[in-house]
Design a protein around this ligand. Structure first.
Ligand code: CMC
Length: 377
C-alpha cells in the first residue's frame, strides 16, 4: 500500500499553489496585494484601483482607471429576465442566497463572459460591477423602494450605498465603504477563494467559480461572522454589559465572532484600520456606543483567550451606523471579494492544475455484501 502523508485537518499550513496576488505575514500582521501594503492602499487608493491591481498585477494609469470606472458604470444594469427573477424571490430570502442564485442565473444569459481563459477578465469586471445591482434590486424589492435607476456616474462604493439606501451618500460615508471594500478585496487562499479556485481548476466557467465562492463565504466561520458580531452587540446593548455577556459566552464555550484567525497570530491589520473608521463614523454620527462596546469586548477576549480581532469585528458597526441592515453585511463583503475571487480564477486559468487532494480512508475494506432480504431489520 502506498504511504500517505499525515492528515492536515482543515488543510492548515498546507501550501496548495503558487500565487502572485496576495501575501499575508501572519506573524508581523501584514497584508500585501500584488506587492503593495494594505495600509497604504487603504490610505491612498480606491476600490477601483485595487480591483485593477488584483486583475492586472499593476496599478492603473489615470486613463486606465477612468476606463475601468466607465466600464463598471456600463456593466451595472442586469438583463431584464434576471431582474424579474430577483423580483419573484421571497422577500424574506437571505441576501447571500439571493446573490448565489442570481450569479448562477446571470451565467445563463452571459455564457461567453464566463468562459475559461484569460479573456474571462470581461466576466470578472461584469460580476464586480453587477453585484451591487443584484443586492440593490433585491433590497428594494423586499422593502418596497422604487426601482433601481442606473447610476454610471458613481464609484463602486457610492453606488453600493445608493443602491441599498436610495440616496446619494456623503463623501465620508462613501469613503468609509470604499476603504472597507479595499480591505476585503482579497485574502490569499481563504475558504471562498479556495472554493473558487477548485471550481476553476476543473476548467469550469468563471460564474460557476464565483457561485461556489458566494456559497462558501456565507458560513459564519468565514464572511458570515460580521453579521453575528452585530447580533452580539444587540445582545450586549450598552458598554457596561459587555464584560458580563462575553464572560457568559466564553463560559458556555461559545466562539466570539470577529476574533481569531487561521493565519494571523497578531492583530489583523484590516481590523486596525476598520477600528479607526468605526470610531470616526461613530463620532461623526454622535453615537460611539458600538465602538465602546467593541473596545470592551476586545479587552475581555484578549485577556481571557489571548485572541486578536479579525476583519469582521468592526465592519458591521460601520455599516450599521450608515443605516445598512445586518443581513447585507456579508453580501457587501462578497461585493468586494468578487474582485479577488476572479483575480484568483484568472490566475488559475493561466497555470491550471486540477486541485484534487487525497483523503486518508479510515473505514473498513473487507465487508461482505449482504443481499437486501438477508439484512437485519
Ligand atoms: N472565540 C473563542 N475561541 C476561539 C475563537 C473565537 N473566536 N477562535 C478560536 N478560538 C479557540 C478555539 O476554541 C480553539 O480552542 P481549543 O484549542 O481550546 O479548542 C483555539 O482557539 C483554536 O481554534 P481553531 O478553531 O482550531 O482555529 P482555526 O484556525 O480553525 O480558527 C477561525 C479560525 C476564524 C475559524 C476561528 O478563530 C473562529 O471561529 N473565529 C470566529 C469566527 C470569525 O470571526 N470568523 C471570521 C474570520 S476572518 C474573516 C474571514 O475569513 O471571513
Amino acid at each position: 500500500m502506498a504511504t500517505i502523508s499525515p492528515v492536515q485537518r482543515g488543510l492548515e499550513d498546507v501550501v496548495a499553489l503558487e500565487s502572485r496576488i496576495c501575501f499575508i505575514d501572519g506573524h508581523e500582521g501584514r497584508l500585501i496585494y500584488q506587492g503593495y501594503d494594505i495600509r497604504e492602499l487603504a490610505a491612498r487608493s480606491t476600490f477601483e484601483e485595487v480591483a485593477y491591481l488584483l486583475w492586472y498585477g499593476r496599478l492603473p494609469t489615470a486613463t486606465q482607471l477612468a476606463e475601468l470606472r466607465a466600464r463598471f458604470g456600463a456593466l451595472r444594469p442586469l438583463p431584464p429576465p434576471v431582474v424579474d427573477l430577483i423580483r419573484r424571490m421571497p422577500t424574506d430570502a437571505t441576501p447571500m442566497d439571493v446573490l448565489r442564485t442570481t450569479v448562477s442565473a446571470l451565467a445563463l444569459f452571459e455564457p461567453e463572459e464566463g468562459k475559461p481563459g484569460a479573456s474571462s477578465i470581461g466576466g470578472a469586471q461584469r460580476l464586480t460591477a453587477a453585484l451591487p445591482t443584484i443586492l440593490g434590486v433585491f433590497h428594494r424589492h423586499r422593502t418596497g423602494m422604487p426601482d433601481l435607476a442606473p447610476r454610471p456616474d458613481l464609484s463602486q462604493a457610492a453606488y453600493l450605498l445608493y443602491a441599498l439606501l436610495d440616496r446619494d451618500p456623503t463623501e465620508l460615508d462613501a469613503r468609509a465603504v470604499d476603504v472597507a471594500l479595499i480591505l476585503h478585496a482579497d485574502h490569499e487562499l481563504n475558504a471562498s477563494t479556495f472554493a473558487a479556485r477548485v471550481t476553476a481548476s476543473t476548467l469550469s466557467d468563471l460564474y460557476s467559480a464565483v457561485t461556489s465562492a458566494v456559497g462558501t463565504l456565507k458560513g459564519p466561520l468565514h464572511g458570515g461572522a460580521n453579521e453575528r458580531v452585530m447580533e452580539m452587540l444587540d445582545e450586549i446593548g450598552t458598554p457596561d454589559r459587555a464584560e458580563a455577556v462575553v464572560h457568559q459566552k466564553l463560559a458556555q464555550h461559545e466562539r466570539i465572532m470577529g476574533f481569531g484567525h487561521r493565519v494571523y497570530k497578531v492583530e489583523d491589520p484590516r481590523a486596525t484600520i476598520l477600528r479607526e473608521w468605526s470610531r470616526r463614523i461613530g463620532e461623526e454620527r454622535g453615537n460611539t456606543a458600538y465602538f465602546e462596546m467593541l473596545r470592551k469586548v476586545e479587552e475581555v477576549v484578549h485577556r481571557e483567550k489571548g485572541l486578536y480581532p479579525n476583519v469582521d469585528l468592526y465592519s458591521g458597526s460601520i455599516y450599521s451606523l450608515l443605516g445598512i441592515p445586518h443581513d447585507l453585511f456579508t453580501p457587501i463583503f462578497a461585493a468586494s471579494r468578487v474582485s479577488g475571487w476572479t483575480a484568483h480564477v484568472l490566475e488559475e486559468y493561466q497555470d491550471l492544475r486540477l486541485i484534487r487532494p487525497t483523503a486518508k480512508y479510515v473505514g473498513p475494506t473487507d465487508l461482505a455484501y449482504v443481499p437486501i432480504q438477508d439484512r437485519p431489520g
